[in-house]
Design a protein around this ligand. Structure first.
Ligand code: NAP
Length: 462
């Protein structure tokens, strides 16, 4: 894939970039290793000062950065602005909390026969981050802010369609004052990842993206015995039970499915509704989906911009065509508009059967599948009938049902009566094919740490 900015709202190529040469990559790897040798010795206070400055730059340049993201991958300008603000908040969160999250933890010295015993959290070194285009600033930042605060250095291989955002991130950390080599962007294709990951100076990797990309990077990391965190796809269930506030559930369902033009790993994708309220929910949900304004992502009135690339739209069209050919009913949307750009309308499909690809695969566009179930047990069973296990939404005011859903949904995040969202304060990650490891919160910052046990005995007598 060429490294280029192609505006998905028009289909026009805005700018293309040359890939870095092997010599360029070698210079970056050498710079990362030498930066880490010094950076690991910096204090939390110094790192926090730089991280707060990065947050300030994001605040000051919010509108330009947002417009850049919208031009590169089509998210609405208002969503892009929120993403920039969220990144600034994450920088400040880790600037404030990293020292406490990584403070030495006393252990029971007596139980291990020591004078003193404790756990120390120490940085690992240069970490390679392979990132996707859908939240081009946020995905990279939720790796970078904790990793840098922990004393690691970052090497970013961003998705090939967001090179401007990738270069902005390197520039951001440099302008914030982080020492040279602390955070570098590698403009390389995915075919170059293997060689970089096998380099002995790279000590660990994180990948956010599709399951096949995760499998490939995890296999390489495994063969090198290097730590890897994987944040992969999702096909989140959105379960609606009879006691739910149906209008609220339908409103949030449409927001969830259309968030980021339908291209979010934690978007609700499969809507599983109790038979007692199915008809009413279907009507409300289709109304909400049909009311979404599709159009130019730069306009404030737009709810749903284009998909990020022509390929994304082709993939979505094929999934819908397969479902329709196998008997799915299209309740709204279902066909791309005849206009320039990679637009696809909010779409609701009903009468889903297990032989349809939309039943098994992640749909990365604003297409919802609707299911009718007889009760809680069937809802949980269908909710878990996917290879993924990232997020899960459930709507019920019955506490017994809530307890069952929280216990039995196989997902890394369960949100009751609300939309699954990432927060710096809560760990984020999945089970099954959605990956392993966690980002954000105290758990995220410890992923790329050497959790070192320290045991100190009594001084030797005389
Ligand atoms: P993708 O094709 O897997 O690309 C993601 C990144 O991996 C890009 O930088 C890509 O580089 C690189 N890549 C692709 N194949 C690779 C390989 N074999 N070896 C090494 N690197 C490789 O995913 P996408 O289509 O851009 O993003 C959508 C997917 O990401 C969806 O499945 C979505 O659910 C998932 N996602 C998950 C999370 C989460 O937190 N769990 C968050 C956001 C998105 P190129 O661009 O150069 O190909």
């Amino acid at each position: 894939m060429a490294i280029a900015t192609i505006n998905p709202a028009t289909g026009q190529t805005v700018k293309t970039y040359d890939e870095m040469s092997e010599a360029d990559v070698e210079r970056c790897l050498a710079a990362a290793a030498s930066a880490h040798a010094r950076y690991r010795l910096t204090s939390f206070d110094e790192r926090a000062g730089w991280m707060r400055r990065a947050a300030g730059i994001l605040d000051d340049e919010r509108d330009q950065v947002a417009a850049m993201m919208t031009t590169e991958m089509g998210k609405t300008l208002s969503a892009a602005r929120q993403e920039v603000a969220k990144c600034a908040a994450a920088c400040r969160y880790y600037a404030e909390h990293a020292a406490a999250f990584l403070a030495d933890e006393p252990a029971d010295a007596g139980a291990v026969g020591a004078r003193r015993a404790y756990v120390s959290y120490q940085p690992l070194g240069p970490v390679l981050a392979v990132m996707p285009w859908n939240f081009p600033l946020w995905q990279a930042m939720r790796f970078a802010a904790p990793a840098l605060m922990a004393g690691n250095v970052g090497l970013l291989k961003h998705a090939s369609n967001v090179p401007q955002t990738a270069l902005f991130l390197q520039d951001l950390f440099a302008r914030a004052g982080f020492p040279e080599g602390t955070f570098q962007t590698l403009l390389v294709s995915s075919a170059r990842v293997e060689r970089i990951l096998r380099d002995e100076r790279v000590v660990a990797a994180t990948l956010t993206g599709s399951a096949p990309a995760g499998q490939s990077v995890a296999a390489i990391a495994g063969s090198e015995i290097k730590k890897v965190v994987l944040e992969l796809g999702g096909s989140d269930p959105f379960i609606v039970l009879p006691s739910a506030d149906l209008p609220a559930a339908a409103r949030v369902a449409a927001v969830a499915r259309c968030l980021n033009n339908g291209q979010s790993c934690i978007a609700a994708k499969r809507f599983i509704v109790h038979a007692a309220v199915y008809d009413e929910f279907e009507q409300l949900f289709v109304k909400e989906m049909s009311a979404k304004v599709v159009g130019d992502p730069m306009l404030e009135a737009t709810d749903v911009g284009p998909l990020a690339s022509e390929q994304q739209r082709v993939d979505v069209e094929k999934l819908v065509a397969d479902a329709v050919a196998r008997g799915a009913k299209v309740l709204c949307g279902g066909a791309a508009p005849d206009m320039p750009g990679f637009y696809y309308p909010p779409t609701v499909l009903a009468d889903i059967t297990p032989d349809m690809r939309v039943h098994r695969e992640e749909v990365f566009g604003p297409v919802a599948t609707l299911y009718r179930v007889a009760g809680l047990e069937e809802a949980i069973e269908l909710g878990n009938a996917t290879e993924f296990g990232l997020g899960a939404n459930a709507w019920t005011n019955d506490e017994r049902e809530q307890t069952r859903l929280i216990r039995d949904l196989a997902a890394g995040l369960v949100f009751i009566n609300g939309n699954v969202t990432s927060y710096p304060q809560l760990p984020f990650g999945g089970v099954k094919s959605s990956g392993h490891g966690r980002e954000l919160s105290v758990h995220g910052i410890r992923e790329f740490c050497n959790i070192k046990s320290v045991w100190i005995g009594d001084p030797a007598p005389g």
